[in-house]
Design a protein around this ligand. Sequence first.
Ligand SMILES: C[S@@+](CC[C@H](N)C(=O)[O-])C[C@H]1O[C@@H](n2cnc3c(N)ncnc32)[C@H](O)[C@@H]1O
Length: 146
Amino acid sequence: MSVLDVGCGHGRHLNLFYNLGFRKLTGIDIVNRSNLSRRYNYLKFDIREEFTREPFLQNKFDIVLCNFVLMFINPEYQIKVIDQLFEVTNKYLLLETREIGGNYSYPCYIQNFYYYMQTKKEFEIIYYNKNKERLTIKRKWQQTDI
Ligand SMILES: C[S@@+](CC[C@H](N)C(=O)[O-])C[C@H]1O[C@@H](n2cnc3c(N)ncnc32)[C@H](O)[C@@H]1O
């Protein structure tokens, strides 16, 4: 199972997956976290850019995480980023956000993604918690099923 952590920060989720035995681990972040590249595939990348610009982001990943990142993305880009996350997800997409306020964050509600997601027929929601701002989505037909 391959894992892509979008906005991976210092790699706390990548470390968690590593400790669980996962080895195909990739992190991307706008900040250079080159220390991560010793163990993981790592790319310094701004997720507002086209994922298709990067050859290895043209692949699909079995599990895609995007935790506490979308609130740092200007709302004008949020749906574009979500669409790109759908695009690279082969099985599960885990989204988590939080309203934090302040100069560096934007309004960002999981509820909006929940409603947007319902327009995507190839995905289904398997976990939604509005209060905790968490949403887990599963692709109904995976590449391996075809
Ligand atoms: C609050 S941290 C969350 C880190 C990690 N996902 C976690 O849950 O521990 C937000 C991360 O998003 C990254 N980030 C913010 N804007 C980004 C962008 N446009 N492209 C890629 N990463 C971005 C930041 O550099 C930071 O590492």
